[in-house]
Design a protein around this ligand. Structure first.
Ligand SMILES: Cc1cc2nc3c(=O)[nH]c(=O)nc-3n(C[C@H](O)[C@H](O)[C@H](O)COP(=O)(O)O)c2cc1C
Length: 161
């Protein structure tokens, strides 16, 4: 038994500044799904793999498991609204949001992001109340621009050193 409480956990994990992503997918019956996620990481260079940790209790979890693919949308500094929208329980998160469907996977690619990666799920690993989705990168894009950063429960910008 750990004596680390939820507040302690949030405080320490929130001290790790992270870029903000929106993970999107499309289910076999054509439903578009997405959630805001900072628990994203590069995993392997050869083969090219990344991972994202998704709450098993969220609506997107099973959609990701069933579709077996996802797109990572790395948000730009001016996309706070998009981050909040995809972190909400909004019925249709994509309403009014400009996007295209990726060539490699058909997953939604949000406009205005600084980078995106289309992935095919290779493994779904257990991780407490989350699952770890491992994705093999199939197609990537990147653009100029500053990232949206999340640190200690607030959105931030990058400070140049
Ligand atoms: C900045 C930020 C980062 C988040 N990171 C994650 C994450 O890494 N994994 C996760 O499962 N939820 C994360 N969330 C919470 C989900 O975005 C939120 O619970 C969302 O409503 C889930 O959508 P769903 O119920 O449609 O799956 C984050 C929320 C915010 C605001």
């Amino acid at each position: 038994m750990s004596d680390i409480g939820k507040e302690d956990f949030r405080k320490v994990m929130g001290s790790f500044a992270a870029g903000v992503t929106v993970i999107t997918t499309v289910t076999p019956d054509g439903r578009l799904v997405g959630l805001t996620a900072t628990a994203f990481s590069s995993l392997s260079l050869d083969p090219p793999l990344c991972l994202v940790c998704v709450d098993r209790r969220g609506g997107s979890h099973d959609a990701l498991a069933v579709s077996g693919k996802f797109a990572v949308n790395m948000l730009a500094a001016d996309q706070v609204e998009l981050s909040n929208r995809f972190a909400s329980r909004t019925e249709d998160k994509f309403a009014g949001v400009p996007y295209t469907l990726g060539e490699a996977t058909g997953c939604p690619l949000l406009e205005g992001v600084i980078a995106s990666a289309e992935c095919v799920v290779t493994e779904v690993l257990p991780g407490g109340d989350h699952s770890i989705f491992v994705g093999a990168l199939r197609k990537v894009t990147s653009h100029e621009g500053a990232p949206l950063v999340y640190f200690r429960a607030a959105y931030r910008g990058l400070v140049d050193g």
